[in-house]
Each structure stands twice: as structure tokens, then as C-alpha cells.
Design a protein around this ligand. Sequence first.
Ligand SMILES: NC(=O)c1ccc[n+]([C@@H]2O[C@H](COP(=O)([O-])OP(=O)(O)OC[C@H]3O[C@@H](n4cnc5c(N)ncnc54)[C@H](OP(=O)(O)O)[C@@H]3O)[C@@H](O)[C@H]2O)c1
Length: 341
Amino acid sequence: MAPSNSAAWLTSEKATPLKVETAPYQPPSSDELVIRTHALAINPVDWAMQIMGNDFFPQLKYPCILGHDVAGEVVEVGSSVISFKPGDRVLALATNGGFQEYVVGSANLTSAIPNSLVYDEACVLPLGLSTAAYGLYMEEFLNLQHPTYPPQAKTGKTLVIWGASTSVGCNAVQLAVASGYEVFATAGTKNFDFVKELGASEVWDYKSPTATADIISALKGKTCAGALSVGHVSTPEGAVSAEDACLEIVHQSQGHKFVAMALRVPEKLPEGVMAKFILANEMDNEVRGAVYGNFLPKALKEGKYVCAPEPMVVGKGLESVQEALDVQKKGVSARKVVVTL
Ligand SMILES: NC(=O)c1ccc[n+]([C@@H]2O[C@H](COP(=O)([O-])OP(=O)(O)OC[C@H]3O[C@@H](n4cnc5c(N)ncnc54)[C@H](OP(=O)(O)O)[C@@H]3O)[C@@H](O)[C@H]2O)c1
């Protein structure tokens, strides 16, 4: 008999707060699995979907269950899944809404986690990891060499990551280093050491009006592998937007003149520069396999991949999800807002 399930429902467009109620238990299709959620994390898109509704997310139908990031225990696997079994500890990108007790995920967007890693930490990764991986590895994007553990030999190329203390950025820095690239990054000044510990070789303040020129100057004599732009809707006063800064940096540097954009693509691009918007949910099977299958479980087991940003647990139970969304919306600095179940 299927277990009883409950979820934090978005009952109608822009409804607040989310309502905790029973939910159907969805069995897995052949290439999926079901996870009993032990911890879930919040992403900006989750509260954006709640407050913006169909104006920005026409695909939303109500009532629905939001949420992307979960970690927990596998309870059921689809007929063609051979890499996981009930009882396995995993992190996963939810495919049917992460804010519920029993979540369905694609097997190739799920990674095994070691016993030493607690669920609160593991759940911070999936959407940040997927977004970074999409921008870095998809053929039509930066098309970097895939990550391995132990890391790939150095390529001699430098990747620029603007917004490295974000959830997406923390993953991008670690993936790029494991792929053999040097990383030039930006972050707020208090997160410089943190971003360097993740693997960036140099870090600049994204709020500084000279950051773009400083990075262009540091790239002289180097081959740029392109840039990953991770900004937020508002740009600090006196600073350049993540998008404009990255476009200018690749325009003025030798190498791959491409920017993978996590937030938006400006209408006008400098001559000779290409940019595309990341659609993390549409990652192809090759990149899924390279990141979730081959790389991450091994790197986590060896303690060589940091579950960053650090979790900030705001509550226990689905009743805490609305508060968690509100906390994320107010803004965080190198923290992932987490709810345990
Ligand atoms: N396209 C996709 O598929 C996709 C998927 C996921 C996320 N995103 C987008 O990617 C962005 C980041 O999401 P996230 O979850 O990684 O964010 P997050 O973890 O909530 O970001 C918080 C961090 O943003 C940094 N920050 C704030 N303004 C910045 C700016 N102008 N430039 C660079 N860094 C800035 C802050 O740095 P300091 O504290 O160091 O100052 C803070 O640490 C959002 O806009 C989100 O909507 C897109």
C-alpha cells in the first residue's frame, strides 16, 4: 500500500501562506525513483513562483507543489533504475515538487551521498549544481571539459564566475576546478576567503566599479574559457550588472567569447560575443551522467566536494516552508535556507 503523503501546497495563484495538506503519493515511472524527504532547501525561483504566478511562470497550474532541492532516503525505484535501491541515501532535483514528504526524482538527477553527510547539508546542492553544470558543460553553452575526481589535469584556461558566493556560484567554482580550469571570481568582500577555499584563485568585489576592468587586466596573457554570470535582479549602486560585466570581460579577453547567463540575457551583445540563458531543468543526459552519476558521488565520498552554501535550518516540518521562503526572499549571504522533515 502506498504511504500517506503530505505537501505544502500553493493552493491558487499567488496564494500565501502555503497550505500543508495531504497529497497523492506519486509512483515512479521507469527511470524515476521516490525519495522520503528528510531535508529540503529553498531557491529564489521557489518564492518567485509563489509571488509572480502566471505573469512570469505561465506553466504553473493550481493547486501545485513548489520546490526543487531535497535529500532523503529512496523508498521505491522505477523498473529500469539499476543504480539505486530502497534504503539508499541520496540528494536529488525533485521533478514533481520538493515541498512534500514523498518526492519523485529522475534517477539521472540523483546522487548517492555518503553516510558521513547529513541530509541538511546534502539538500543544498541540486538546483545550484544543475544550473552551474548546465552553463559549464552543455555543448551550446561553455562546453567545458567534464569534472572528474581526482580533478582533471589543468587546461591552462581561466573561467570567470561572477557571483561565486551564490548557490549557483559555489557549485560552479568547484565544478570548474574539478574540470581543470583556473577560476577568477567575484563575491562580496566578506566571502572572499570562502570562495577561495572552494577553489577560486582570485576574487574581486562585484560591488566595485572597477571590478570589470580589474578582471580584464588580470586576464591579459591568459586564455579565457568564457564566463558564468550569476547576478540578482537589482545591481548594487555604482556597480555594473553581472550580465554587462561578464559580456565586457569576454569581449576584451582572448579565448571563448561566450557568457552563460543564470538570470537574463541583455538585448544588445558586444560584437563577436554570444550569450544564452540557462534552463537548468533541461540538462541533457550526457551532462547529468557526468555530474550526478560519475563525478559527485565519488567527490562527496572522498570529502572533496563541499555542500555549499552552508545550510541555515529555519525550522522542522512542512509548516516551516513558508517561513523559509520568506527568509530566502529577504536575501542571504553564502547561506542556503533549509527545512528538515
Ligand atoms: N536559469 C536558471 O535555471 C537558474 C537556476 C537557479 C538560479 N538562477 C538564478 O541565479 C541567481 C542566483 O541564485 P542563487 O540561488 O544561487 O542565489 P543566492 O544563493 O540566493 O544568492 C545569494 C548571494 O548573491 C550574491 N549577490 C547578490 N547580488 C549580487 C550581484 N549583483 N552580483 C553577484 N552576486 C550577488 C550575494 O553575495 P555576497 O553575500 O557575497 O555579497 C549572496 O551571497 C538568481 O538570480 C536565480 O534566480 C537561475
